[in-house]
Write a protein that binds this ligand. Sequence first.
Ligand SMILES: NC(=O)c1ccc[n+]([C@@H]2O[C@H](COP(=O)([O-])OP(=O)(O)OC[C@H]3O[C@@H](n4cnc5c(N)ncnc54)[C@H](O)[C@@H]3O)[C@@H](O)[C@H]2O)c1
Length: 265
Amino acid sequence: MNANFGKRLEGKVAIVTGGGGAMGGAQCRLFAAHGAAVCVADFRMDAAEAVVAEIGEYGGKAFGFELDVRDEAVWADCVKATEERFGPVSILCNNAGANFRVSFDDQSLDMWNIIMETGLTGAFLGIKAVVPSMRKAGGGAILNIGSLASIRPGGGSPGYAAQKMGMVGLNRAAAASYAKENIRSVIISPGHVDTPFIRGNNEYSPNDESTSIDNPENLGRRVASTPMGRMMMPEDLANAFLFAASDEASGITGSMITVDGGAAL
Ligand SMILES: NC(=O)c1ccc[n+]([C@@H]2O[C@H](COP(=O)([O-])OP(=O)(O)OC[C@H]3O[C@@H](n4cnc5c(N)ncnc54)[C@H](O)[C@@H]3O)[C@@H](O)[C@H]2O)c1
């Protein structure tokens, strides 16, 4: 029986990267509603602060932190600031990611480096920075965002394929390394999610007419390749993150949870 009367993360402290984004923001809001204190970490501070303000409106605990996940020194500052406010960190969500949707021939070394450094090195640095804090907390949950590309990377962006397959290895390495210390690691792989990552034109994830789901043809292709016949929404993912972060998932580590409407089938 859960004694927290529906609040599943009471007393937990979370750092959520890409917290100003669509999926990261949905996790922050849901975690705070379930009693967690949340560090909304993003390199776009305006976006992070908007999420903090929403959480504040319903009395949740959150603060924004300007974090570029590629910067090891700033990771140390982020964990320190979170501990000072809320105590030891027990949940880390690695959402920050980048993509350049071009072919192998057209992908430059710069593009490859931004994808790998943001998605994979950023998660590696985050795990290293947060684990000492999780030890103080007596355990924790590391939640890594995967993709359909973590299951069957196709012939698109090679950096993205390598980053998302790499995340499977990083997740398992973290799970195996820290299981004895009650620190779990889970990879959650979305299918096609309606977010600015595939709709907008951000510097970390550019889209144009040929890739954006603002183009009905691109949207239709993604919906058609999803057996459930709809796009996933950020909240679909946030609910899986909530479960994986909670004590109800206490036996789950090293695993992948897909939230894709069947798209990987
Ligand atoms: N939307 C999809 O269909 C989909 C599918 C599978 C996986 N994903 C993964 O989800 C993540 C993107 O989340 P979203 O779809 O909610 O998009 P989003 O664009 O709304 O959010 C991404 C967030 O990451 C932040 N970010 C980017 N680079 C950063 C950096 N170096 N340091 C700190 N923050 C940084 C951005 O500011 C943004 O707030 C990526 O890891 C992506 O690979 C998305």
